[in-house]
Ligand binder design. Structure first.
Ligand code: SF4
Ligand code: SF4
Length: 77
């Protein structure tokens, strides 16, 4: 059985069509204090590798392509 290498349901999602990781952008990875975002091995996009998040939002606000969406849980809003 093949294992998926991307989480399907995480609080931080990245639009792979908007992401410019293939052009060398690593802003969201660099600003995350928990190091839970990574660039895919093929450099096509960033994605959330570890489902831990402080909902501090610099990944979303600093992304130059507005590709990051942080889904803040209802009870934390
Ligand atoms: S900051 Fe935005 S464009 Fe840059 S790697 Fe992260 S998601 Fe992609
Ligand atoms: S909201 Fe904060 S902790 Fe969560 S992925 Fe973005 S930068 Fe990292």
């Amino acid at each position: 059985m093949a294992l998926a290498n991307r989480m399907s349901r995480v609080p931080v999602t990245i639009d792979p069509d908007a992401c410019i990781a293939d052009k060398g952008c690593t802003v969201c990875v660099d600003v995350c204090p928990l190091d839970v975002l990574v660039i895919a091995d093929d450099k096509s996009t960033a994605y959330m590798k570890y489902d831990e998040c402080w909902y501090c939002l610099p990944c979303e606000t600093d992304c130059p392509k507005d590709a990051v969406k942080v889904e803040i849980p209802y009870l934390l809003r």
